[in-house]
Design a protein around this ligand. Structure first.
Ligand code: ZN
Length: 414
């Protein structure tokens, strides 16, 4: 891997760092070596370093998808397709899905549930440089109750001891974190419903305690209010979905107190907005989505740490549609800079990888994304990534290559 300067009319280093008009980034192999005003970066770069002029484009940190499932195909009925495929058929399909995440500018993705350690195989092949793809964090097989949400992935455990053993096995086998199904979910039509809690408080506490012993985090799948309370009580690190699903019409009376508690605890919430919402809006009307948008806006205003994740792989949540999910946060009324933090620096904090990615800063991995124009003016530019660097490896999305939109001018630093 080589040294190069990428220069663009706008660099958004991310986090709390100021935007840099006419900025540049020096990449050395797989690492960011420098960032700042264009002339200063070129002046500090070793003589002879190639300079790629990106022109009217925005250079920002690579995006982070906090919630994907490489084993699912994002079709109308991902479960049937999954159950019909053996591991030998699933693996190459998963490799293709990882590449599509990269096409969308996603340079880090957290997979929250597979079977038989398949994601770890993809993760390790990407890390070794054998195949293209984002940095993957794998939860392995989610812990659930017998017959509970996603039981078919193989992670059934009942009782404290069994939960501890399931967590330990997963982490021993190389999972990066624990995923626990605190409530039922929509993909599993039998077993507990989304508003119902699956585990006892003691079982949830055992899962968090065992993970902590391994130095690993816990992602909690939660829909209903009781599940949210139980996950907070147990000390889960991230709350997935967090829809406040209820068995009865209307919202629970203490919903606002619970949101305030989420903010006070500093727990990360991943509302999993995705391209699925576009199809829901088309089929059932935008009004059906409004309560979810209002909820996320209320959480944002209360100071809840929100992060972006798409649940890519489930019903119509596409691997190339990361931008569509972000646009829904904007429609919910969140400012553009807050939405971008959800996708970069805050997501990195939630995943425990802030020391590697999520911002453009010297010493961090060269995870970078280039999109046309000024991204602050129009988030839809994220639909058209021109260039992606994943740990320094250059990836030109096929759509960009076909349109030949990127015609870099190369110069050399004096
Ligand atoms: Zn999921």
């Amino acid at each position: 891997m080589t040294r190069r300067v990428l220069a663009a009319e706008l660099v958004l280093p991310g986090g709390d760092q100021e935007a840099v008009p006419d900025g540049a980034v020096l990449v050395d192999g797989d690492t960011i070596a420098d960032v700042g005003p264009r002339d200063a970066v070129i002046g500090r770069a070793p003589a002879g370093t190639p300079v790629q002029e990106l022109g009217a484009a925005t250079l920002l940190p690579g995006l982070i998808d906090c919630h994907v499932h490489l084993v699912f195909d994002a079709s109308e009925d991902p479960l049937t397709a999954f159950l019909a495929a053996d591991d030998a058929a699933l693996l190459p399909a998963m490799v293709g899905r990882a590449a599509r995440l990269l096409d969308a500018g996603v340079t880090t993705a957290r997979d929250l549930g597979d079977r038989n350690g398949l994601v770890r195989k993809v993760r390790d092949a990407i890390t070794a440089g054998d195949i293209p793809g984002p940095r993957l964090l794998s939860a392995g097989t989610p812990v659930t109750v017998t017959g509970g949400h996603c039981w078919f992935l193989g992670g059934e455990a009942d009782g404290q001891d069994a939960v501890r053993a399931a967590v330990r096995r997963n982490l021993r086998d190389g999972a990066d974190l624990t995923k626990i199904m605190v409530t039922g979910g929509t993909m599993t039509t039998t077993g507990p419903r989304p508003h119902q809690v699956q585990f006892t408080a003691a079982e949830l506490a055992a899962a968090v305690e065992e993970s902590a012993r391994f130095g690993r985090r816990v992602a909690a799948h939660v829909h209903g209010t009781e599940g949210i309370e139980a996950a907070l009580e147990a000390g889960a690190d991230t709350l997935e979905h967090c829809t406040f699903a209820s068995a009865v019409k209307g919202q629970p009376a203490h919903k606002h107190e619970l949101i305030d508690r989420m903010a006070a605890d500093g727990v990360f919430v991943c509302p999993t907005f995705s391209s699925t919402l576009d199809s829901v809006a088309r089929e059932r009307g935008a009004d059906t989505i409004q309560p979810y948008l209002d909820l996320v806006r209320r959480e944002y205003e209360a100071g809840v740490r929100l992060v972006a994740g798409t649940d890519a792989g489930v019903h119509l949540a596409t691997f190339e549609g990361y931008a569509e999910g972000l646009l829904w946060y904007e429609r919910a009324g969140l400012p553009v800079d807050a939405v971008l933090k959800m996708a970069t620096s805050e997501a990195a904090a939630a995943l425990g990888v802030s020391d590697r990615t999520g911002r453009i800063a010297p010493g961090l991995d060269a995870d970078l994304l280039v999109v046309p124009g000024d991204l602050r003016e129009d988030l839809r530019a994220l639909r058209d990534p021109l260039l992606v660097l994943a740990r320094g490896r250059v990836h030109v999305p096929p759509a960009a290559a076909e349109r030949a939109v990127l015609r870099p001018q190369e110069k050399v630093a004096p």
